[in-house]
Design a protein around this ligand. Structure first.
Ligand code: GCU
Length: 407
């Protein structure tokens, strides 16, 4: 094929406008998922060791080169400084800590501000939930002591308190750590100029979802330094595009004990090959900065992807993972999210870990699963108190050793 034609096709793939989306289950075209347990060489994976040594690295490499992109080859050591500490926050229920974290190995490069709430009623170290927020750190609670996130100061304090359930998390004995996602990199096609991805040259250079996931790992670097946190019991959580980032963080970084995907949809937990709701072409067209350059070639050609999103969930094995959908969040394809979780089970089985424990989608508002958890809640694309209750119950089960009460 002449070079000009190749260029045209690649370009056309990059900008292919979203086509009509299918929202009819009867019109989902048949598709075949790649087998998670078959190596590129054709060899079958039948034990956990071969999975960890061969298939997991092979899949990680494919997701890196074809979808999320590669982050820095060498991770710089974070520098940090506790910028505020209040041991009597939230009517004495919590200790609020704010920490500035520099991401480039010195105190002049890119940085992010982490907000941490620790429950006062339990002895330390405590397990924690970590997640990026959309509205600035001060959006997660009306607590007037939170510093307004730079670049997001206009968000009303406590605007997203319902999505974070800070007091409930603390009452259950967990810490909550959160960072404004725009601190790592603003969510726009030119955002990389102001973020951690200093240069972008190659088709497999990281997309911003990978940058946010990388930032979550840097936040965990800090939590490992904080004596009040049990860094071996940290659950990474994210909603929507930040759920995609949480999944990629959990898949890559084995230090995350639990990964929680809330309505992450296409490019997250939902199967790409199922033509229901949002498509790869939609993602590439509306959010070209989210994934790497190579991902553009899969617009309308999902069947040529060398993996599907069940493989992403399987990369988290044998650690626990939870996928949550919402009935009215049809663009995220709840059924496709369930099927991705279901098709990750064979990998969990290699480790002797039970997965969902059901073959069909559970009833609405019913949580299922042991090492792979799932629910579909009533209502819209959102994070609600119900979602958090399931995450807390799931974390309780996995972090079980009951959290000792302070004498
Ligand atoms: C858009 C996008 C989704 C994404 C969502 C969000 O709706 O199409 O893929 O999950 O934004 O992040 O809120």
């Amino acid at each position: 094929m002449p070079l000009r034609m190749v260029c045209f096709l690649l370009f056309a793939g990059a900008v292919a406008p979203a086509r009509d989306r299918n929202y009819d289950e009867a019109k989902v075209s048949p598709y075949a998922l790649p087998d998670a347990l078959t190596l590129a060489s054709g060899e079958r994976v039948t034990d956990a060791q071969t999975w960890m040594k061969k298939r997991r690295p092979e899949l990680l490499e494919l997701f890196e080169s074809q979808m999320y992109g590669r982050s820095l080859a060498k991770t710089p050591r974070i520098e940090f400084e506790v910028t505020s500490l209040d041991a009597r926050a939230l009517d004495g229920k919590a200790t609020r800590e704010e920490v500035r974290i520099w991401l480039a190995g010195n105190k002049i490069g890119p940085r992010m501000d982490l907000l941490l709430y620790l429950p006062n009623a339990v002895s330390k170290p405590v397990p924690a939930f970590l997640g990026l927020n959309f509205g600035g750190n001060h959006s997660v609670s009306p607590d007037p002591g939170i510093k307004l996130s730079e670049g997001r100061a206009e968000t009303p304090r406590g605007r997203d308190a319902g999505c974070w359930q800070v007091e409930k998390i603390l009452a259950r004995g967990y810490a909550l750590a959160t960072v404004y996602y725009g601190d790592i990199e603003p969510d726009s096609s030119g955002g990389w100029k102001a973020g951690v991805r200093a240069t972008l040259r190659k088709p497999d250079d990281w997309g911003v979802i990978c940058a946010w996931a990388w930032g979550l790992s840097r936040a965990l670097d800090y939590l490992e330094e904080d004596q009040a946190i049990d860094a071996k019991r940290v659950a990474v959580m994210g909603h929507s595009r930040l759920g995609k980032a949480a999944l990629w963080a959990g898949a890559r970084d084995e230090r995350f004990a639990i990964t929680l995907s809330n309505n992450s949809g296409e490019g997250g937990a939902a199967l790409a090959r199922r033509n229901f709701g949002e498509t790869t072409a939609d993602l590439n067209y509306h959010f070209p900065h989210w994934f790497c350059g190579n991902f553009k070639q899969y617009s309308g050609r999902e069947e040529t992807l060398p993996f599907d999103q069940h493989d992403l969930i399987a990369l988290i094995a044998p650690r626990a993972v939870y996928v949550a959908s919402a009935v009215e969040d049809r663009q995220s394809d709840p059924h496709g999210e369930f099927l991705a979780a279901k098709n990750a089970e064979p990998v969990y089985r290699l480790f002797g870990k039970p997965g969902l424990g059901v073959d069909d989608m559970p009833a609405i508002n019913q949580s299922v699963g042991e090492f792979i958890g799932y629910h579909i809640r009533s209502g819209k694309h959102d994070v609600t108190e119900f979602d958090w209750e399931q995450y807390l119950n799931f974390a309780d089960r996995h972090f079980k050793a009951s959290i000792p009460k302070r004498q």
